[in-house]
Design a protein around this ligand. Structure first.
Ligand code: GSH
Length: 211
């Protein structure tokens, strides 16, 4: 039986530039759990990485529980962590749950589209199929940000949860990897919300190194 609440240190397979890792790191700071976790620097892409010994998916983040169980997937890691602190749940119950999970999915979608753009740009040769595929990622990002711009007042009023947290990490990652997109210029309300969110100590403490 897996008992994540058992006392003992947690270990996180970690990369300072991964947005999925940053989601977990912001979560750790916001829930006061940061001091319980040892970071294990990991380059998931290195041919020499030992990450696959911990997780067959060979992706960061992966959380290693005190009993040795390895939990992959940033959202499931955050959900596991949410049962290890005494503060307000960041995966809320009741009426706040669906809006929070919806924002989580939108934020994860933007992050995934950014990662696809990076990987495709890095490893594929230029051809029409790649342009079509990259265009879909850019369109998904743009449409999601337009939706969030229209909903910026609701976003600003939403309590802290996994939803806004993931949106903030996604927007920061977009700015970090694709500054040329200049997304904030055409979405002033969303940009103002993001700027404000980025002042939180959890966001300040988890900024990636310069690209
Ligand atoms: N859905 C996963 C995605 C994790 C992911 O794609 N991590 C990237 C780094 S940002 C990675 O390790 N990629 C290595 C690979 O895909 O082989 C999550 O939410 O944790």
């Amino acid at each position: 039986m897996i008992d994540a609440s058992a006392s003992g240190r947690l270990r996180l397979r970690y990369s300072p530039t991964s947005p999925f890792v940053r989601k977990v790191m912001v979560f750790l700071h916001e829930t006061g759990l940061r001091d319980r976790v040892d970071l294990v620097p990991t380059d998931a892409w290195s041919p020499e990485t030992d990450l696959r010994q911990d997780t067959p998916l060979c992706k960061v983040p992966a959380l290693i529980l005190p009993d040795g169980t390895v939990m992959p997937e940033s959202t499931l890691i955050c959900d596991t962590l949410d049962h290890l602190h005494d503060g307000p749940r960041l995966f809320p119950e009741g009426p706040a749950r669906v809006p929070a999970l919806r924002l989580l999915a939108l934020g994860d979608g933007v992050i995934t589209a950014c990662v696809v753009r990076i990987i495709e740009g890095r490893y594929r040769t230029t051809d029409d199929k790649q342009a079509w595929w990259l265009g879909r990622q850019t369109a998904a990002i743009a449409a999601t940000l337009d939706l969030l711009e229209a909903e910026a007042a609701a976003l600003a009023a939403a309590p802290l949860s996994i939803g806004p947290l993931t949106i903030a990490v996604a927007l920061s990652y977009l700015s970090f990897r694709f500054p040329g997109d200049a997304w904030a210029e055409t979405r002033p309300a969303l940009a103002a919300w993001h700027e404000d969110f980025c002042k939180r100590p959890s966001m300040v403490a988890t900024q990636p190194p310069a690209a």
